[in-house]
Design a binder for this molecule. Structure first.
Ligand code: CAA
Length: 282
């Protein structure tokens, strides 16, 4: 495994490209917008500077890592030499299925096709390809350079050998992989999102204010961020779409998104990325 193509250069995509390049892999970073790719390279450079200032990366290692990343706006060109593709495009089912149909056509037959989806079914994504045994979930956590976990999700048809390759590869990135099966929300979001939703319900029902709820969870449960701050950080639209996947997938009302979350997303208050969610970002 040498050559990795990463699709999507947003927060997750640029973090994934960063980590692979830092660990010696050749990375093709692909996005439809050239301006977004430029922004992603600047973000990677800035995040590597943090590591340089902390002494966990030297200037020379940074320069080498950056030089291993090439950007592409053409999907076919960007995946033609891939050993592994990690898709980190927008969390939209139709878009992901379309990308995987194209990947199946353009990526080498031996290439493993991974997705960083936070909740869309790996089995469903695999089923639109001719190689479902080579399709797998590789779910990184934000901020990717910092968080140790990779949730490795086996679709119904994913082979044992592909799972083993991805588990080992994750270790080579200095991450700790955990293997899980493909059911709605996998493990991370099946547990995280109901907690976030419950925090939003607590606010909606007037049990306590934003800062009070977050303080209880930060100081009482030693969470690095309170659930409302974390929701802002993840993106309220992303939280809503994951809760909808859980609600539909299990058909259980306990996963129904809080009406306050629905209203905030509909009004465009999507958290840190839009400047306002439960907190203001200036
Ligand atoms: N790139 C590189 N390094 C980064 C970074 C980045 N993007 N962001 C932070 N860091 C580094 C900092 O340089 C710092 O390094 P040192 O420990 O060496 O000093 C370290 O990370 C901690 O950062 P800060 O001191 O700036 O701030 P902090 O202590 O408040 O930590 C945080 C920031 C790591 C984000 C912490 O608040 C945290 O762990 N929050 C929770 C994150 C979380 O739960 N993520 C999962 C979200 S769910 C998800 O991603 C999946 C999904 O499907 C929704």
């Amino acid at each position: 495994m040498k050559s990795i193509s990463v699709i999507g250069s947003g927060t997750m995509g640029n973090g994934i490209a960063h980590v692979f390049a830092q660990h010696g892999y050749t990375v093709a970073l692909i996005d439809i917008q050239a301006a977004q790719l430029e922004k992603a390279m600047a973000t990677i450079s800035k995040n590597m500077d943090r590591q340089v200032s902390k002494g966990s990366l030297s200037e020379e290692q940074k320069t080498e890592a950056i030089s291993r990343i090439t950007t592409f706006t053409d999907l076919q060109e960007g995946v033609k030499n891939a050993d592994l593709v990690v898709e980190a495009a927008t969390e939209n089912m139709a878009l992901k299925l379309d990308i995987f149909r194209k990947l199946d056509e353009f990526a080498p037959k031996k290439a493993i096709l991974a997705t960083n989806t936070s909740s869309i079914s790996i089995t469903k994504i695999g089923a639109v390809t001719q190689r479902p045994e080579q399709v797998i979930g590789m779910h990184f956590m934000n901020p990717v350079p910092v968080m140790k976990l990779v949730e490795v999700i086996r679709g119904y048809a994913t082979s044992d050998s592909v799972t083993e390759i991805i588990m080992n590869l994750s270790k080579k990135l200095s991450k700790i992989p955990v293997e899980v099966n493909d059911y709605p929300g996998f493990v991370a979001n099946r547990i995280l999102m109901p907690m976030i939703n419950e925090a939003i319900y607590s606010l909606y029902e007037g049990v306590a204010g934003v800062e009070e709820i977050d303080t209880v969870m930060k100081l009482g449960m030693a969470h690095p961020m309170g659930p409302l701050q974390l929701a802002d950080f993840i993106g309220l639209d992303v939280c809503l779409s994951i809760l909808r996947v859980l609600h539909e997938g299990f058909g259980n009302p306990k996963y129904a998104p809080c009406p306050l979350l629905v209203n905030m997303v509909e009004a465009g208050y999507k958290g840190a990325k839009t400047g306002e969610g439960f907190y203001l970002y200036t």
